[in-house]
Design a protein around this ligand. Structure first.
Ligand code: NI
Length: 235
């Protein structure tokens, strides 16, 4: 009986520690949106959680107060290009300009240069170091495909399943994404996930080690270019 009690006691000690090891970086792309981003910030603030907003530069300059509020409320601001093009379709100089223009727009408001980049459509540029200025490009583990207007329960299910470390992809520019947000946050909390920003995740807040499926370092070569160079080598 005594050993059973000890076992139960140990289980009680162990379970919260494991729960703390589960981390989620909730990422919100394509804003800021005058219609929805403020209400998304209200939901996050009410729930006491931090997210990472991958902002589009041309929307930043139209919604300065929202960008300032993101910063003031402790969220991370990542760079999602200036006009949301397919970066691999542009020259390296034009793709780099997409990123630096957004850096400049964010710095003008917050004084802080974004530390992480996400390529529109996940379309990595031809040279990550040149285009991102040495910063990592961030992918995702959980694609909610919320842009396609799935049901709220589908968004919540897609956002909340998976392993110990999640990078959840959502958007702060749709009415139905906003509507699903409280359920997503509650569902992740109920499963024991701790909310961190992308940079906190990369800095090891959760014992995270960069996975090639989630985070692409500056020297990463997109698959299509690896294949091209492999063909050239065998010629
Ligand atoms: Ni996007």
């Amino acid at each position: 009986m005594r050993s059973l009690l000890i076992a139960i006691g140990l289980a009680c000690l162990v379970v919260p520690a494991e729960a703390e090891d589960k981390c989620v970086a909730l990422t919100l792309d394509d804003g800021p949106s005058a219609e929805y981003t403020g209400r998304v910030l209200d939901v996050l603030s009410g729930a006491g959680v931090k997210a990472t907003f991958f902002v589009v530069g041309q929307r930043v300059v139209e919604n300065r107060a929202l960008v300032r509020r993101m910063r003031e409320e402790g969220h991370e601001i990542g760079n999602h290009s200036f006009s949301h093009p397919w970066l691999s379709h542009l020259s390296l100089a034009a793709a780099a300009r997409q990123i630096t223009q957004t850096d400049e727009a964010v710095v003008a408001i917050t004084g802080v240069r974004p530390r992480v980049v996400r390529a529109p459509y996940g379309d990595l540029p031809n040279d990550l170091r040149v285009v991102g200025g040495g910063r990592p490009f961030i992918g995702w583990s959980n694609d909610t495909s919320d842009y396609a207007h799935p049901s709220q329960s589908t968004i919540v299910r897609r956002a909340t399943g998976g392993g110990r470390t999640l990078i959840v992809l959502m958007h702060d520019i749709h009415r139905w994404s906003l509507a699903a947000m409280p359920g997503v946050v509650a569902g992740l909390k109920a499963r024991g996930y701790r909310f961190v920003t992308v940079t906190e995740l990369l800095e090891g807040a959760c014992g995270f080690t960069a996975s090639p499926n989630l985070v692409f370092g500056p020297s990463y070569i997109p698959r299509r270019f690896r294949e091209v160079s492999a063909v050239r080598r065998t010629d």
